[in-house]
Design a protein around this ligand. Structure first.
Ligand code: COA
Ligand code: AMP
Length: 630
């Protein structure tokens, strides 16, 4: 069947489509039906099924005789390590860790925070939780203690599984002080922490609270899989919204299994046994879906890569890994390729490697700029597919269904809506816009299986954030258009979320941090276009009257504050003091206009602007930072 036939088969019979997809999963109790709509607009999938994620990711492959197949290739240029773990080994390790967690009282529904770098043990911890029906929440290592504390208070974990350190080029990230700091800051205290001691740094354990990863597992019985309801949360993953309080996206177990399995062939075009590599981090949704769960559920070999696209040791790292491990499908963020392109514009390093096993490359996480795609197509001679999705959905909303039928690539478009997604472009009033017109991108409810059913402990916020603006639709927070061939174009966010090096960040969250600086009276943070990272945050601060601190010191203090409170991942290094901020007469800061000035784009003077002269001051401030033509 061609893509349009498959999409139509879903439109004609969504229930049949998703029940058929569910056949790929090993159920303890199979679902009697797919969709439960009795609580609409809150929908549930496979509610009456019982299933275990870990069983589907590990045990069933071993039972089927594939235990000797490599499940995880760990490739770490940071530590000069390459190792492999078979499905049988991984099962033994995960069952042992789950047994130890169980012996310490972790049971179904308990939350466990995982704070680990890109090591196989991070995946083992995720799978061990899944084995017990415990709900994990992985926190990215680039966040500061304060962000970890916020997540501890929201998820109220019984345990935290952490590593002693992470490794960034040129520096060791000491996880233990960050962990201790976060637990100190948090109101909720975990009962215990398990610390995986890495060779690069052995952390001092806190007596009475911390247990060593190995000691912890000594002499315990391996744990069996605990079947859970289809709607049971598999995990919580926090993501940026418009405020400093992150949104705890909940992933429902059964839909997650069915949908991810479906994507592995239909989108990523791999068969069980093939090597699949997503160069991301387990702390992000890409890491959850396509470093850990998707490939393992589908019986692929996944690559856990601890390194960067450049500098570890050079811009040929990607090609070395692809050659050495015979990667068939490769997925990363466009920013990673921009970094490679900048270091090796002629693609000289590409020629040193045999990429014959690589069939295609996928990009997501931010807008894929046509220049980068063209460079990749030219230098690699392989198809490059952009696809669009979000933490909330957990997998592709619009993409190129290569395993069904490769669609012609249109530069600038992530291609077409996947089955399950009925995508519309709406105006502010919720009316459908004609083909080619720019508007808010919304998806008609229900969203397909595996997408977020709610936010953790925050159903009201879920409804308000996503279902309120356009009744009957899910509001994606992205703006864009659909062309005459049904191709979607993602142009911008409609909220204060920015995308820095493929990482989703909240300018509102940064403003909250800056506002807490003792000399700052008011502030605005905008995302300006950056050649490498896509966007970079820029802060504008107005000082309190009579402040004696120098502007340089305020700026330095603001940069430090964001790094300390949010973390290095915010990449907040550009900040400037201004007298005033441009506002409407009703006091709304004109951030979008500031972005246009920075990017040198045309803009219409907002009719409601209080004092147009301020825009010249903003232009000058941006010029002094190297933007707005400066
Ligand atoms: N733990 C601790 N610190 C981290 C971290 C982690 N896991 N990841 C990043 N950081 C730090 C970096 O060291 C850097 O610190 P610095 O300000 O002291 O230099 C800061 O956070 C910003 O990181 P980043 O924006 O990633 O910039 P970079 O210069 O280190 O690397 C790229 C730039 C483009 C090479 C890198 O961002 C990249 O590979 N991106 C891929 C994107 C990706 O995986 N996205 C996930 C969705 S697909
Ligand atoms: P995250 O939840 O971190 O995956 O970020 C999701 C957001 O990143 C989306 O809402 C978009 O704004 C942006 N994004 C992700 N993929 C793409 C893409 N292929 N093209 C344009 N923007 C994208």
């Amino acid at each position: 069947m061609a893509y349009r036939d498959v999409y139509k088969s879903w439109q004609d019979d969504p229930e049949g489509f998703w029940m058929k997809a569910a056949d790929a999963i090993d159920w303890d109790t199979p679902p009697s039906k797919a969709l439960f709509d009795d609580k609409a607009p809150l929908y549930e999938w496979y509610r009456d099924a019982r299933v275990n994620t870990c069983f589907n990711a590990l045990d069933r492959h071993v039972v089927a005789g594939r235990g000797d197949q490599v499940a995880i290739i760990y490739d770490s240029p940071m530590t000069n390590t390459i190792s492999e773990i078979t499905y049988a080994d991984l099962l033994t390790r995960v069952a042992s860790l789950a047994g130890a967690l169980k012996a310490k009282g972790i049971t179904k529904g308990d939350r466990v925070i995982i704070y680990m770098p890109m090591v196989p043990e991070a995946l083992e911890a995720m799978l061990a939780c899944a084995r017990l029906g415990a709900i994990h929440s992985v926190v990215f290592g680039g966040f500061a203690a304060n962000e970890l504390a916020v997540r501890i208070d929201d998820a109220t974990p019984k345990a935290i599984v952490a590593a002693s350190c992470g490794l960034e080029p040129g520096r060791v990230i000491h996880y233990k002080p960050l962990l201790d700091g976060a637990i100190y800051l948090a109101t909720h205290k975990p009962e215990f922490c398990v610390v995986y001691q890495r060779e690069q740094e052995v952390a001092e354990l806190t007596e009475g609270r911390d247990v060593d990863w190995n000691d912890f597992q000594n002499g315990v019985e391996p744990a069996d899989c605990v079947p859970v309801e289809g709607t049971h949360p598999a995990y919580i993953l926090y993501t940026s919204g418009t405020t400093g309080a992150p949104k705890g996206v909940v992933r429902p177990t059964a839909g997650h299994l069915v949908a991810l399995h479906w994507t592995m062939k239909s989108i990523y075009n791999v068969d069980p046994g093939d090597v699949f590599w997503a160069a991301s981090d387990v702390g992000w949704v890409v890491g959850h879906s396509y470093i850990c769960y998707g490939p393992l559920i589908h019986g692929n070999t996944t690559v856990v890569f601890e390194g960067k696209p450049v500098g570890t040791p050079d811009a040929g790292t990607f090609w070395r890994v692809i050659e050495q491990h015979k990667v068939k499908s490769f997925f990363t963020a466009p920013t990673a390729f921009r970094a490679v392109k900048r270091e090796d514009p002629k693609g000289e390093l590409i020629k040193e490697y045999d990429l014959s096993h690589l069939d295609q490359i996928y990009l997501a996480g931010e807008r894929a700029d046509p220049d980068t795609i063209e460079w990749m197509q030219d230098k690699l001679g392989k198809p490059v597919y952009d696809h669009w999705w979000q933490t909330e959905t957990g997998y592709t909303i619009a993409g190129n269904p290569v395993g069904i039928e490769p669609m012609p690539v249109k530069l600038g478009s992530p291609t077409v809506a996947m089955p399950g997604y009925n995508v519309h472009i709406l105006d502010d009033g919720g009316h459908q816009l004609p083909t080619g017109e720019l508007g808010a991108i919304a998806v008609k409810l229900p969203l397909p299986p595996g997408t977020l059913p709610t936010l953790w402990n925050a159903e009201d916020r879920f409804v308000k954030s996503y279902l309120h603006t356009f009744p009957g639709y899910y509001e994606t927070g992205d703006a864009g258009m659909i062309d005459e061939d049904g191709y979607l174009y993602i142009m911008a966010r409609t909220d204060d979320v920015i995308n820095v090096a493929g990482h989703r960040l909240s300018t509102g969250g940064m403003e909250e941090v800056l506002a807490a600086h003792p000399d700052v009276a008011e502030c605005a943070v905008i995302g300006v276009t950056d050649q490498l990272k896509g966007q970079l945050p820029v802060g504008f601060v107005c000082l309190n009257k009579g402040t004696e601190t120098s502007h340089e010191d305020v700026v330095r203090g603001c940069v430090k504050l964001v790094r300390d409170k949010i973390g290095p991942v915010a990449a907040f290094k550009l900040c400037t003091v201004v007298d005033r901020l441009p506002k409407t007469r009703s006091g709304k800061i004109l951030r979008a206009t500031m972005v246009k000035i920075s990017d040198g784009a045309d803009f219409k003077m907002p009719a409601t602007i209080d004092d147009p002269a301020i825009l010249d001051e903003i232009r000058e401030a941006l010029k002094s930072l190297g933007y707005a033509g400066g």
